[in-house]
Each structure stands twice: as structure tokens, then as C-alpha cells.
Design a protein around this ligand. Structure first.
Ligand code: NI
Length: 174
């Protein structure tokens, strides 16, 4: 396993639509392991492949936050939202590609998702609470959409300028 570099917004690779995964081999399993390791190391509760520069439709998540609780790592490949509740909720979202920036986003409070696991086997589950928000946030990444795209243009611009400044500083630091 190895840690992958997480891309920081703005980056064209974060705005591109990812392509479906077609080959379920050891390379895919290794990629999923790297993504989980990178997510836990960050630390974060979700990470989509485009965030490490891989334009394929998969993401990892683990929304268990209670101290001492067992981790529940999930790998979702070719995920699709097949049902969304009319009821919505609001979470203050963040993103590993937009460090230290947070904003309230309204989304359906429950979703049913279908996906394939690393062996290609079909899976489905209903998610609620933070898991639902996280799954929707990560699936958005696969379509080149970021949580700041839900914000008013001015707020989005302010955050984007902060990220441009952060990237300049990182580039100077080498
Ligand atoms: Ni994100």
C-alpha cells in the first residue's frame, strides 16, 4: 500500500467526468487499498479516485466517527444513486481537495446506492445521516462536481482564491 497525493482545487482533473471501471483485477484492489490508506491518513471520511488523479468511477468511505468504534471501510465501484428521499438535511461539508474550508450543503437525507465491490459483485444499500451525505458528495466527485458548486458564486470565488493562494505557497515550499 502507498499514500497517494491528493489534488487540491482548482485542478482540471477534479472537474472531469470519470469513466466506468471495467477491469476488476489486482491493480484495482491495490488502488482501492491505497485510497483507503490515503483517506485514513488525511484524515477524511471519503475519497474519490479523481482526487488522486485517477479518472475512474470509484470511491472509498468510512463515516464511523465515534472514538474507539470499529472502522467500516467501504469501497464503491461504479456507484449509482437509484433512489433519493424527498426529505433533506444539512451538513457542514468539507473536502480533502479543499482543505480547511467548510460550508453547509443541503442534500437528500437518505439515498439508495448500487455499486460493485472490488471483485465486480453487485451490491446495494440504503444510506442515511452522514453516510448519505458522504456518498452523495463522493459520487459528485465522479461527475466533476465539488461541494462548493452548491454555494453562491461569491462564496465559491472566495474559497477558490484561498485555494489558489495555498497552491502557490505549496509550490514555493517545493
Ligand atoms: Ni470531496
Amino acid at each position: 500500500m502507498s499514500l497517494r497525493k491528493i489534488l487540491i482545487h482548482p485542478d482540471p482533473r477534479l472537474k472531469a467526468k470519470a469513466v466506468p471501471v471495467e477491469t476488476f483485477d489486482t491493480a484495482l484492489a491495490a488502488l482501492a487499498d491505497d485510497m483507503l490508506e490515503t483517506m485514513y491518513d488525511a484524515p477524511g471520511i471519503g475519497l474519490a479516485a479523481p482526487q488522486i488523479g485517477v479518472g475512474q468511477r470509484l470511491f472509498v468511505m468510512d463515516c464511523v466517527k465515534e472514538e474507539g468504534a470499529s472502522p467500516e471501510p467501504m469501497v464503491l465501484i461504479n456507484p449509482e444513486i437509484v433512489w433519493s428521499s424527498e426529505e433533506t438535511n444539512v451538513y457542514e461539508e468539507g473536502c480533502l481537495s479543499i482543505p480547511d474550508q467548510f460550508a453547509d450543503v443541503t442534500r437528500p437525507s437518505e439515498v439508495e446506492v448500487t455499486w460493485q465491490d472490488v471483485t465486480g459483485k453487485a451490491q446495494s444499500a440504503k444510506f442515511d445521516a452522514l453516510w448519505a451525505t458522504c456518498a452523495q458528495h463522493e459520487i459528485d466527485h465522479l461527475d466533476g462536481k465539488l461541494f462548493i458548486d452548491y454555494l453562491k458564486p461569491l462564496k465559491r470565488q472566495i474559497i477558490t482564491r484561498k485555494m489558489q493562494k495555498l497552491k502557490r505557497e505549496q509550490a514555493r515550499a517545493g
